[in-house]
Design a protein around this ligand. Structure first.
Ligand code: PLP
Length: 400
């Protein structure tokens, strides 16, 4: 009996992707085994994060990096780092930002509720631009001069939510922010693959970048990476780690910490509620190395094979057109099942019926407005695509 059976928890078929709501993806065996081994010994946590910093720096090209409890935790810690710098008394004060630089400039069209994490550090968001292109009333999003004008002496940092559609570009955001001495934090949580993005945002000048560890990297579900400028990453680490130790006793790894720049240590900083365990750090590092070593063509081929199962099972289904959406290269292909508008099926009803099946099948609902049920292969295990496709085919009825 597996552990979920023992607990009486039904497992699901996850054709939604590695989302948090559906518990992420399937850990590669070597990652799970590394985590198991990590549970069987104790280590000094700053030393472990110092080694993580070296490995993350190697992979991303950043000066430093830490393993966080997820990308959202990275955004919170990164914001706290931009506000408090290396001053332990300011670290101890957060989220009270009275009299401190507490404004974070963000393009209005990039607002999303993950930016709750930024506000959690005590910052206030200052929205910029009016993206009338979304109302069909115009053609613009925010422009770089508007970002520049929003930066004041109270600005802690600029937040950029990375997406191929984001405007202004990261390079433009970096140029205006750096001209005023302000750092840029990038939310790149879901921007992998392509694996090249691990280096790209840093290369474009970002001061801090947050990635999810539990999405395409296939690390532990509650893990992530915060990488970037060493002083900022050091501040983030100090605000997350347990530092309940006398300063003279504290012997941190020089890869991440510069003890001479500190007048003392904060104890339990604002990041204490999003601490990471040794299992998460080890699991993320093993998964990260595996992700960058994996042949993108092999990764892509495996995903196509999962989708082919869904496609085969749906081939004879009624009233549905199948489209493989595949940009090739190091991207995630998906399979779109578009319901014939005249078929009389409510597409959300079908999604709910899939969810209520035994086993429960979860699909990607992002294109429902277009009448599309989308299958994402990232968390499908061999054989599951056939079950998911057959379930939808049964709901639709067979043709002929
Ligand atoms: C998934 C996601 C997050 C949250 O990442 P976690 O690793 O789950 O904390 C934040 N921002 C965006 C844009 C995301 O897609």
């Amino acid at each position: 009996m597996n552990v979920f059976e023992q607990l009486g928890i039904p497992t699901i078929i996850n054709a939604k992707g590695t989302s948090t709501r559906v518990s992420g993806g399937i850990l590669p065996a070597e990652v799970a085994e590394a985590m198991r081994q990590a549970t069987q010994a104790c280590v000094d946590m700053p030393t472990l994060q110092g080694r993580a910093s070296e490995i993350i720096a190697e992979v991303t090209g950043a000066e430093a990096g830490i393993v966080t409890a997820g990308a959202a935790a990275g955004l919170m810690l990164g914001t706290a780092a931009c506000i408090a710098g290396l001053d332990p008394s300011l670290m101890n004060r957060l989220p009270d930002t009275t009299g401190l630089k507490d404004e974070v400039v963000v393009v209005r069209s990039q607002r999303n509720l993950y930016d709750h994490a930024v506000r959690q550090a005590g910052a206030r968001l200052v929205e910029v631009g009016l993206a009338d292109r979304y109302a069909g009333a115009g053609l613009r999003d925010a422009e770089a001069w508007e970002v520049a004008d929003a930066i004041t002496e109270r600005t802690a940092c600029v937040l950029h939510v990375a997406n191929p559609q984001s405007e202004p570009s990261l390079a433009e955001m970096v140029a205006v922010a750096h001209a005023r001495g302000v750092p840029v934090i990038v939310d790149a949580a879901g921007q992998l693959p392509p694996a090249g993005n691990l280096r790209r945002f840093i290369a474009e000048g970002a001061d801090l970048v947050a990635f999810s560890g539990g999405k395409a990297i296939l690390g532990p579900q509650a893990s992530g990476i915060l990488c970037g400028r060493r002083d900022l990453v050091q501040s983030a680490a100090l605000q997350m780690l347990d530092q309940d130790i006398l300063f003279r006793q504290w012997n941190p790894p020089p890869a991440l910490f510069d003890k001479r720049r500190l007048k003392g240590l904060p104890q339990h900083g604002i990041g204490r509620p999003c601490k990471v365990g040794k299992e998460q750090v080890v699991g993320l590092l093993v998964a990260l190395r595996r992700f960058v070593a994996e042949d993108p063509a092999a990764r892509h081929a495996a995903w196509l094979a999962r989708l082919a199962e869904v496609q085969d099972a749906l081939r004879s289904a009624n009233q549905v057109q199948l489209t493989l959406v595949d940009a090739g290269g190091d991207t995630v292909p998906v399979l779109d099942a578009r319901l014939d508008p005249g078929a009389g099926h409510d597409v959300l009803d079908l999604v709910i019926a899939l969810q209520n099946s035994m086993p429960s099948v979860h699909v990607d609902p992002t294109a429902l407005r277009a009448g599309i049920i989308r299958f994402n292969p990232m968390a499908l295990q061999p054989g599951e695509g056939r079950v998911a496709g057959a379930r939808l085919a049964a709901l639709l009825g067979r043709s002929g």
